[in-house]
Design a protein around this ligand. Structure first.
Ligand code: HEC
Length: 214
């Protein structure tokens, strides 16, 4: 097979022996990182064009790989989020005080069952779980002056979203749900963490309740 030497020591095949007609894109040179045996032509310009296409193909392959990895990571995160079991978290983290039936302990721990406060706003119960709450409150006719410890360091964002979602759907609470209230997600909890209003949850509740003429 006749070959010609060109500057820079690159060996090219004779134009005559090239199977690819001039002007036709050689797919092998575009999509493979192996050196293309048949450059579309023997001129320096075409050689540079072929190298450029090969580089583009490599970059494309790299981007594709990155994208596939990203996609796989996303589906792992989504699968993990689905695995978080709000009921299980309730039975470990909340049950001692709020009780298995969610009715609490009169005078000490407020009921979460049929308690409209858990729908005061989309994020109110999440703030209570994150930062805790302390002070005199009145829940369903019961006066309570207690302290709930903050659980923000114990529970992950998605766990807090899951446990609040569980409480909102359990103990007959589903019937109290305002129609327009979106479910909580981990991103909202993450954003709440930066609000630095740990001591403000009680005040926040008071403002909300006053607004609702409590
Ligand atoms: C150590 C006991 C304790 C634990 C554990 C606990 N709580 Fe509480 N919780 C309380 C007390 C006490 C209050 C009332 C605080 C006050 O008097 O200001 C309260 C208040 C609340 C409120 C506000 C109720 C209202 O009417 O405003 C919510 C919502 C709540 N808790 C949810 C939870 C969830 C969900 C968990 C578990 C992730 C949990 N709590 C774990 C003791 C606890």
């Amino acid at each position: 097979m006749a070959q010609s030497r060109v500057p820079m020591g690159i060996t090219l095949e004779d134009e005559d022996s090239a199977a690819t007609p001039p002007g036709t894109h050689n797919l092998r040179s575009q999509f493979s990182s192996a050196p293309a045996k048949k450059a579309p032509g023997s001129s320096g310009e075409m050689r540079v064009a072929a190298q450029f296409r090969r580089r583009q193909a490599r970059q494309f392959a790299m981007r594709l790989r990155t994208f596939v990895f990203w996609l796989a990571a996303q589906s792992c995160i989504a699968a993990h989020a689905q695995q978080v079991d709000g009921r299980a978290i309730f039975n470990v983290q909340c049950v001692v005080c709020h009780q298995p039936d969610g009715k609490g302990v009169p005078g000490n721990f407020p009921p979460l069952a049929r308690n409209p406060d858990i729908f005061l706003t989309r994020d109110f119960p999440a703030r209570v779980v994150l930062f805790g709450m302390s002070g005199k409150i009145n829940v369903l006719g019961q006066a309570i002056d207690g302290t709930m410890p903050p659980l923000g360091d114990v529970l992950e964002d998605e766990e807090i979203a899951a446990v609040v979602t569980y409480v909102r759907g359990a103990f007959g609470n589903d019937t109290l749900r305002p129609k327009m209230m979106e479910p909580l997600d981990a991103a909202t909890i993450k954003a709440l963490r930066t609000t630095k209003d740990a001591d403000q949850v009680y005040v926040y509740r008071k403002i909300l309740k006053t607004r609702l003429t409590d």
